[in-house]
Design a protein around this ligand. Sequence first.
Ligand SMILES: Cc1ncc(COP(=O)(O)O)c(C=O)c1O
Length: 354
Amino acid sequence: MANSFDLTGILRDNIRNLIPYSSARDEFKGEASVLLDANENAYGSPLDGNYNRYPDPLQQQLKVKLSGIKGVPPRNIFLGNGSDEAIDILYRAFCRPGVDNVILVPPTYGMYEVSAHINDAAVKKVNLTEDFQLNLEGIAEAIDANTRIIFLCSPNNPTGNSLHREDVETILANFKGLVVIDEAYINYARQKTFIQELTEYSNLVVLQTLSKAWGLAGLRLGMAFASEEIIEVFNKIKPPYNINQATQELALKALDNVDKVNEWIRETVSEREKLSTKLSSLAFVLRVYPSDANFILAKTTNPRQLYDYLVEKSIIVRDRSKVELCEGCLRITVGTPDENKLLLEALDEFAFAH
Ligand SMILES: Cc1ncc(COP(=O)(O)O)c(C=O)c1O
């Protein structure tokens, strides 16, 4: 491993010295018939199931199941209340408020910046290039002694493309802080995940989520994959019961459906390609960007007018036309074949009317 990354060197002192909360379920982990340790309601719950009991703070069963699917040991997995919880914890652990900074590469997912502001971490922006790839020189210049994290998103939201793997590897090998690769859309990508590289790069954190391909945005289950040392930091900071019992049970059940998810992924990718081709043929669409995700970024002649027209037709897309480098663009999530058909019909009507 070329990178001489030192995790303890970037960990905030208050976190290093923190004595974490020790819950009743942390202290007693075995099976017992009389549980009088957690001030729960021993009589039961109004719902069927064990909801009167606190859930497993470390979600062991769920992690074992995810481990089988992802090929990463449970000790390298953190589960959060959506990926957004993992993003927030990264700031709280590694960025001293008012002192440290992170590098963001816009246009990208908005929560990295919001979370930075919440945690009073400075943001250094190094825009992606015109073809939405990393500006490696710009990033190298932006790094200073207080740069703690570089957030990358691949496939990137809202542009849809994957970042060149060699560029990401260059950053991983040279940056002495954490490199977070948000792979929320990886299931739709041609490029392979970075989670197999955890042993190669000790500064790597990969984020994934059940909110996209797995169809479980409502459950709120985000995953962070990283070295055991980093995962221990996450576990130290997180609220004791951050993943509720219902989410743990439902996610366990849902994870039995890999085949169904793979079928949805195949269909979404096929619909994405069809939709991209059709969008490209429309006169008011100037450019359709190649997508590795479940959405398409399209540059149009008059985005606001088109957006409003679609709203009138009860079709909602995302107006990204005010976002730097995305001027004129709408971001369109790939729907079901029926939904995509309705969208294309509405677009044809718009072409006819304008
Ligand atoms: C790149 C990216 N990361 C993370 C998320 C949020 O994931 P979660 O639902 O797990 O918080 C999104 C949601 O749109 C996203 O686009």
